[in-house]
Design a protein around this ligand. Structure first.
Ligand SMILES: CC(C)(COP(=O)(O)OP(=O)(O)OC[C@H]1O[C@@H](n2cnc3c(N)ncnc32)[C@H](O)[C@@H]1OP(=O)(O)O)[C@@H](O)C(=O)NCCC(=O)NCCS
Length: 172
């Protein structure tokens, strides 16, 4: 079986601040590709650990962990707005995998955990912003049940290249 088609043998668990280094490693890999995410500068491990510590009980990162490689990907679930109680029913998610671990069902595996956590945490809706050029991620989220609901034009500029952000939403 080809490397990219191998089934995942990772397990998924909720992250703690001790996972900051593994999460930063994944984000650095994705950000260095320049094409997938609006994130172009990555926090250092200490900043990431502080952020993980600051999450409220209704927010969580889930990490996909390989026995040998450690953290190979994660999915975040944050409140859409930490300030507005009128939007406390809305969460935003993000999903990031190391390149060699994509296309093996790990994104779906992470989603099972995030969705279960979101239901237990009384969210009614999840939203995501995806770069318009990232059609693979849009297909991924569509496959999970997200629907496109808007577009922010010329919202991202990375290396001088403009990109739109596509908004997608999912009702629980
Ligand atoms: C997008 C991403 C999170 C998907 O995770 P993944 O583990 O590769 O996806 P899975 O293997 O679980 O695939 C789940 C479904 O998504 C879809 N999908 C995944 N990758 C796809 C691709 N490259 N093109 C089209 N559809 C794709 C498939 O429909 C698949 O459905 P199937 O189970 O019926 O085959 C992952 O590839 C990734 O980290 N990409 C780079 C970072 C990124 O773009 N993040 C999103 C930022 S908003």
């Amino acid at each position: 079986m080809a490397e990219g088609k191998r089934k995942s043998s990772v397990h998924v668990r909720k992250a703690s601040p001790l996972d900051a280094a593994g999460i930063v490693k994944v984000l650095e890999a994705v950000a260095s590709e320049r094409v997938h995410s609006a994130i172009d500068k990555v926090w250092n491990v200490e900043q990431e650990a502080r952020y993980l510590e600051s999450l409220s009980p209704r927010e969580a990162f889930h990490v996909a962990v390989d026995e040998v490689q450690g953290i190979v990907g994660f999915q975040s679930l944050d409140l859409w707005s930490a300030q507005l109680s009128s939007m406390s029913h809305v969460g935003q998610i993000g999903t990031f995998l190391l390149p060699q671990w994509r296309g093996r069902g790990i994104g779906r595996q992470l989603w099972t955990s995030t969705l279960s956590f979101a239901r237990q945490s009384s969210y009614r809706k999840l939203a995501i912003q995806v770069r318009a050029s990232n059609t693979a991620a849009q297909s991924f989220y569509r496959g999970l049940g997200f629907k496109e609901c808007g577009r922010l034009r010329r919202q991202v500029i990375i290396d001088g290249m403009e990109d739109d952000e596509v908004l997608m939403e999912y009702f629980l």
